[in-house]
Write a protein that binds this ligand. Structure first.
Ligand code: T46
Length: 144
């Protein structure tokens, strides 16, 4: 299993290690299982690709209740996390480790390589009312 020594310092986050089988030279098999290495039951999966605009910035929100794990399955990008007190920037460039995006965690994705593919596993369906898209409101929400 490839190693990742990254330490996550913000709240409501953490590293998710995928199960890994090295079938060299016939490929790698990489597995996530609900309530095992993925810390919830998965209800929704989405991916983001075609990140051709170098200046593109995505995310810029927090969730009230949603639990997610975000992966970079190809290429790389920068994930910026902010729990209202601590901030951390992470380069995601390995498909073997995901980062937990728990609730009350402001997250921004940027600096995408053009071949970047982001995969997200979520514990619930899309619900716009779960988003906090205003940073001032986010700070009030986490400090109340
Ligand atoms: C997140 C980060 C990591 C839907 O209708 N259904 C969905 O399942 C999703 C994910 C989005 N949408 C709609 C909502 C917006 O009108 O798609 C549009 C673009 O979504 P958004 O601007 O929120 O995309 P990102 O990349 O900024 O954020 C996404 C997820 O929305 C978000 O939950 O945590 O990826």
């Amino acid at each position: 299993m490839p190693k990742n020594n990254l330490k996550i310092k913000v709240k409501n986050s953490g590293l998710v290690k995928m199960q890994f089988f090295n079938d060299f030279p016939d490929g790698n098999l990489v597995i996530g299982e609900a309530n095992k290495n993925v810390p919830f039951a998965i209800k929704r999966v989405y991916f983001i690709n075609n990140l051709l605009n170098k200046k593109s910035v995505r995310g810029k929100h927090a969730h009230k209740k949603l639990e997610q794990v975000i992966f970079c399955v190809n290429g790389k990008f920068t994930l910026s996390l902010d729990d209202g007190k601590n901030r951390q920037k992470i380069t995601l460039d390995s498909p073997y480790f995901g980062v937990r995006l728990g609730p009350r965690l402001w997250h921004t994705m940027s600096s995408f390589s053009s071949d970047c593919v982001i995969l997200v596993l979520a514990d619930n369906y899309y619900k716009e009312s779960d988003y906090i898209r205003d940073y001032g409101k986010f700070l009030k929400y986490v400090r109340q």
